[in-house]
Design a protein around this ligand. Structure first.
Ligand code: FEO
Ligand code: CA
Ligand code: CA
Length: 706
């Protein structure tokens, strides 16, 4: 049961960063992005008007019945999976169970019956009555068998390479059998102030300590097993654990594929072919593909690079468009990684920054496999990517570029998925993200003249309209005037600017509801939206100074995720329900939980939307919420859990039998003034804060939520 006795320790002040996070989170997570000018200075609404979008203005058109089987990336079909053979010792691919790793949870939580928990600031994880929760794995726990026991005062990069990394964000649970699974987790960023006892400044860190931070970035793959017949899961503690691996910034090579692989824009002295990159950076969210791999988004890569002021003049504008400071050597928030590896100095290696900002694909079922960076999906501050299938079987990836005034994208593969379970089918599916059409979203409105930035609902009763996916690249052909295909894919933000994309309020997770095929996008916040030609509110981003964010619902024409046009509406305009500028799909606001800063989303077996928050501005810790999407309960937001002090709620992931929900507790204790020696949070072990994976389950064994 939740422990309500551990109250919030008082550390520092209540000072907040620009988005409700602590200033410390702003520094470490995104390099103080909000302190820098908005990177998107384009005037693209004007340019967009010059481009015929073919949009109709006849208002919201509901798509017809959804005939296609739409496979979402919401959960793992654990139930009924066959136990696979063990991996061979050479690291070749073990036999994978014949289940769809990306199938929706099978057990439905038709009605959300749990009693919502109240907002709180407790330094613990709080779940509703009738539920329990436990840490699955935390920073420093062994991942690779033989990893040394975690000792924070004797930590080494060699140890960290074998241990669970820092600041776990995206997570997925892939089936290995009914009672065994692979936990895959991103490690987005590090906070050296909370990782190293006696921290003073980044300059004072030793090179070995910088390498510890680098080794704590990346991903982990961990075999887990069910505890008894409960919804609780724990790492497999003994035996071969052949799937366990760390993928790190320090030592994991990635292959670059797609139309920009080998481009001169990606070549460096160390990699003259432009086809191999060591490491992955700032991996935020992601998704599970229907062919059993994991996608992960490289997000705020810009903050790791210095020397933008001395980079080649020709690439400086593009560097700046990606948030890299080209005016001074050491921008605020820089991490001084160039002390350990010169490639983070753009004076030495101008192109190195172009080698990050991609969607990467990991094959957790093949322990020795080389992960890949897919240039066909474009380069931006990728929150993540989630896959649905078009009616004709092509893979569709939905993606957000998480920056104020940046864009919503999708990719549609050229080839169709092979649903077979042969090695040939697997090899085919692994090529799906190498070639296709990359689109950016352009929105149109039904009530444009009524939008005044206050959040007032238009007279037609909805923030809604139509929209079109503008193609940027088809296969190896650029559709952007004046840009080659390589330029469009490496400098995708610049290409989207030219084509008149709609500037959004920080698009984070974008996921498809496996029950309906509708697409849901979390738009976390944007306090820079203000009256003015380039930055005023519009119907799809209807509030100026948008502190609390909103959730977009997008219905592709014909119910086909491969369509090139759509209708849309806002499901939620978040905040305190007592605030008139909030909207909960028309539901009675006196009955909903306050919600602020939606970030990661997923679905349960009934198609209810689960939303994790990052940066709650309502004087509560962040949390996980559930909301029905159809019927009389649509819009009835209920809070399911809160995370400890200073933390952000990430993941979330509901396993196939619906009995367990996993969340990543990222950056607990990240409160201004806190250090490892003077922690703001002592979760989960009572000593100092450690990012960790948590599972929550229902004590009576029934599906969560129901
Ligand atoms: Fe890493 Fe967009 O949050
Ligand atoms: Ca409207
Ligand atoms: Ca996020």
């Amino acid at each position: 049961m939740p422990d309500f006795r551990r109250l919030l320790p008082v550390i520092g002040t209540a000072q907040r960063g620009h988005t409700g996070r602590s200033a410390m989170t702003c520094q470490y997570r995104c390099g103080n992005a909000c302190d820098h000018p908005v990177p998107n200075e384009s005037d693209n609404e004007y340019l967009g008007d010059l481009i015929s979008t073919g949009l109709t203005r006849r208002g919201l058109v509901r798509a017809g019945a959804l005939g296609a089987l739409v496979v979402g990336a919401a959960g793992a079909g654990l139930a009924g999976a066959a136990t696979p053979a063990l991996a061979d010792p050479d690291g070749a691919r073990p036999e994978v169970p014949e289940v769809d790793p990306a199938a929706a949870p099978t057990a439905a939580a038709a009605v959300l019956t749990f009693k919502p928990i109240p907002p709180n600031q407790l330094d613990t994880l709080v779940v509703p009555n009738g539920y329990d929760s436990a840490v699955v794995i935390r920073w420093g726990d062994a991942v690779v068998p033989g990893a040394p026991a975690f000792d924070v005062r004797k930590q080494s990069w060699q140890a960290q390479l074998k241990q669970f990394g820092y600041n776990n964000d995206f997570l997925a649970v892939l089936p290995l059998g009914r009672d065994r699974a692979l936990l895959v987790s991103n490690h987005e960023y590090t906070n050296e102030e909370l990782m190293f006892p006696g921290f003073t400044t980044h300059d004072a860190l030793t090179v070995d300590q910088v390498k510890i931070a680098m080794a704590a970035h990346g991903l982990s793959v961990v075999e887990i097993e069910r505890v008894g017949d409960t919804g609780r899961w724990t790492p497999v503690g003994r035996g071969p654990r052949r799937y366990n691996r760390r993928i790190t910034m320090l030592d994991t090579p990635f292959t670059v594929d797609g139309p920009a692989a080998g481009s001169p824009l990606l070549r460096t002295k160390a990699d003259p072919a432009g086809r191999t990159v060591i490491g992955t950076l700032n991996n935020c969210s992601g998704g599970v593909t229907p062919w059993g791999t994991v996608l992960s988004g490289e997000e705020n890569f810009n903050q790791y690079f210095v020397g933008g002021d001395e980079a080649p003049a020709a690439i400086r504008p593009a560097l700046a468009r990606y948030g890299i400071d080209t005016t001074k050597r050491y921008p605020s928030g820089s991490r001084k990684w160039e002390r350990a590896d010169a490639r983070f100095d753009l004076k030495v290696n101008g192109n190195e920054a172009h080698r990050f900002g991609w969607i990467v694909e990991i094959d957790p079922y093949t322990p020795g496999s080389t992960p890949r960076k897919h240039t066909a999906l474009g380069r931006f501050k990728h929150e993540g990517a989630t896959i649905a299938l078009a009616k004709d079987g092509r893979a569709v990836a939905y993606m957000g570029d998480d920056e104020r005034f940046d864009y919503l994208y999708k990719f549609v593969s050229d080839k169709r998925m092979d649903h077979g379970h042969s090695e040939k089918a697997r090899r085919h599916n692994l090529t799906l993200l190498e070639s296709g059409t990359l689109y950016v979203a352009k929105f149109e409105y039904t009530s444009a003249a009524e939008i005044d930035g206050s959040g007032k609902l238009p007279s037609d009763g909805a923030f809604n309209g139509r929209g079109r996916w503008i193609p940027l690249v088809r296969g190896d052909r650029s559709l952007v005037p004046g840009m080659t295909v390589e330029e469009v894919l490496v400098f995708t933000r610049l290409a989207a600017d030219k084509m008149g994309a709609t500037k959004m309020d920080r698009p984070e997770d974008v996921e498809v509801n496996p029950k309906t095929g509708k697409v849901y996008a979390a738009l976390t916040n944007n306090t820079s939206r203000a009256p003015g030609a380039k930055a005023a509110a519009d119907e799809v981003n209807p509030r100026n100074n948008n502190k609390h964010g909103h959730v977009l619902e997008l219905t592709e024409d014909g119910g086909d995720n491969g369509a090139e046009s759509f209708s849309w509406d806002l499901l939620l305009v978040c905040g305190d329900p007592n605030d008139p500028n909030t909207y909960f799909a028309g539901y009675d606001k006196s009955k909903v939980s306050p919600i602020s800063c939606p970030d990661n989303v997923t679905f349960d077996g009934a198609g209810n939307l689960w939303i994790a928050t990052d940066g709650n501005q309502l004087d509560s810790n962040d949390g996980l919420f559930a909301v029905p999407l159809e019927g009389a309960e649509r819009g009835h937001v209920k809070q399911f859990l809160t995370v400890p002090v200073g933390a952000e709620t990430c993941g979330p992931f509901i396993v196939g039998d619906g009995r367990s929900v996993f969340v990543n507790v990222q950056h607990p204790g990240e409160v201004d003034g806190a250090t490892m020696d003077n922690p703001a949070s002592t979760w989960p072990d009572g000593d100092f804060a450690k990012p960790a994976v948590v599972v929550s389950w229902r004590l009576d064994g029934r599906p969560i939520g129901s």
